[in-house]
Design a protein around this ligand. Sequence first.
Ligand SMILES: [Zn+2]
Length: 200
Amino acid sequence: MTEGYIKFNCNWMLKQFPFQEEVYEELEAARVKLRNLGLIGMYPDGIGFGNISVRSSGGKSFIITGSATGHFEKLGQIHYALVTGYDFEKNSIFCTGLTKASAESLTHAAIYESLPEVGAVVHVHCFWLWERLLNNCPTTSAEIEYGTPEMAYAVGELASGINGKIIVMGGHREGILAFGSNLIEATTEIINIYNRYKND
Ligand SMILES: [Zn+2]
């Protein structure tokens, strides 16, 4: 464990939140596309990867795929959580739902916080693409680990200073982030770059 490591803290209220059918369907459509490319899924050891979120009605809150849902082909509304608050310094989030929010919620929060115009964030895993994009796209320092307040700060800072909509997580092997004004835009960003490099 790294020195100064602060454990991720999830303050979870076990209760279904109001979830618009339309928003749920948008999330599912985006997730299916990413999952079909293997950008969201599960490793052979049973650990899930990849998560997507959408900002909730212009506020600070957002709806995100639940923790440990990567192996499901399709998700029900019960597999999503609403993040209602967060504290980067304490590495903690507040969420409501029948599933806990993803442990990577703070990274999503950092982008929403930095860029008010962003409406959706997708976080995918893909080793070969990560290797190709590493230090070619804006990349967080290799020393900053996944799930730390430092990662959230680094992502937030990078997001506010770049023209593109892709961030590579240098210290989170395979981890790539894409964002956009809505889910279609965020998903298209990552799929376009995936297709561009796929046949190289
Ligand atoms: Zn990840």
